[in-house]
Design a protein around this ligand. Structure first.
Ligand SMILES: [Zn+2]
Length: 356
């Protein structure tokens, strides 16, 4: 069980979500449209963090508590320096994310890239969303059990594939996000795999150009079709939609195979905005993996279609991963805020927590 309350902040391109985890459960959750620009991003995150703590412990001010805080956002996020850069969708070129949040919340804040945090969240949840219940009690109700700290398979690696506008992925091994020397480990979206579609990175034919939301939008232009499901359109006879979902399912299948082969991950979890397409998407991905398995005994032996799974849209996996980020290692800084920091989280005690 998690001994202390943990606050996780997920600053997404459109929405910021904050969860409070204590005693192995999500105790509270809030979300709002993300702020824009460096100060706007921090303002919204701080407001939601305080709302979550106030909602969870409205009568507890002044009693003191230890709350660890983690935050994640898109772009290049350096957990050591605390800096976030190139979060284009948030109009953030450079932001001291850890410093800005720490100063306002009164506690050290761990930071990470959002996809890497989501990978950590998925690793911690251990697929509990698929173990009979629709989700691990962390959906709209915002309250329910999440996994504890010890499970069979703790050592197994997990790969997380985020299908958003782009394609991003991250690998967690032994509970630690694999970063590599430059933080780019697992970023398979910009591996050229063929085709002639230009990629945002400047290369041609990247995996992202056939396995992402932008790929789907290019292959099946959304003008006049907004909010329509390409799988439903394909089933209704839209040949362009059928061709588009075929390309994308094949592309994502390739990404899953690549991640599994390169990382040895036991499971590959598919999340992100495109995951909202639901069962037809995962069925299409599995069909692609099974098609290739039929032509190769070596691939067949990997059992890839059984190792890939879809993350339900209502599991706030990045916010949970942020909550579970390891504490920042700041030389000389206290692990947690002292009691009574003005306006800080130390003013709040979560009911049920023992206060020493
Ligand atoms: Zn690229």
């Amino acid at each position: 069980m998690t001994a202390e309350p943990r606050l996780g902040i997920d600053i997404g391109g459109t929405k910021t979500a904050v969860v409070l985890v204590a005693d192995g459960s999500v105790q509270a959750m809030r979300s709002a449209p993300s702020g824009r620009g460096a100060s706007g991003v921090v303002d919204v995150a701080v407001r939601l963090a305080r709302q979550v703590l106030d909602a969870h412990a409205p009568h507890a001010r002044g009693r003191g508590a230890d709350v660890s805080v983690g935050a994640c956002m898109p772009g290049l996020v350096d957990p050591v320096s605390g800096l976030a850069r190139h979060a284009v969708n948030l109009d953030v070129e450079s932001l001291d994310l850890a410093g800005g949040l720490s100063a306002r919340l009164g506690v050290p804040v761990a930071v990470e890239n959002d996809v890497k945090a989501a990978a950590l969240g998925a690793w911690r949840l251990r697929g509990s969303w698929s173990a009979g219940s629709a989700s691990p009690g962390v959906s709209a109700a915002g309250v329910g059990p999440v996994s504890g700290s010890t499970h069979p398979g703790d050592d197994a690696a997990l790969a997380y594939l985020n299908l958003g506008t782009g394609l991003a992925s991250a690998v967690v091994r032994d509970g630690v996000v694999v970063r590599g020397i430059d933080g780019a480990a697992g970023e398979i979206g910009h591996l050229p795999v063929g085709g002639d579609a230009p990629c945002t990175c400047g290369q041609i034919g990247c995996l992202e150009t056939v396995a992402s939301g932008s790929a789907l939008a290019r292959l099946w232009p959304v003008a006049g079709r907004r909010a329509r499901d390409p799988f439903a359109a394909a089933a209704a006879g839209d040949a362009l939609a059928a061709a588009a979902v075929d390309v994308v399912c094949t592309g994502v299948g390739l990404a899953v195979q690549l991640l599994a082969l390169a990382s040895g991950a036991e499971r590959v979890v598919v999340g992100g905005g495109l995951a909202g397409l639901g069962a037809p998407l995962i069925d299409g991905i599995r069909a692609d993996l099974e098609r290739r398995a039929r032509s190769s005994r070596m691939i067949d032996a990997l059992g890839l279609s059984d190792r890939v799974e879809l993350l339900p849209a209502d599991v706030p996996v990045a916010a949970l991963g942020a909550a579970w980020l390891p504490a920042p290692e700041l030389p000389g800084a206290p692990r947690l805020a002292s009691v009574g920091s003005p306006g800080g989280l130390a003013d709040v005690t979560v009911p049920g927590e023992r206060v020493g």
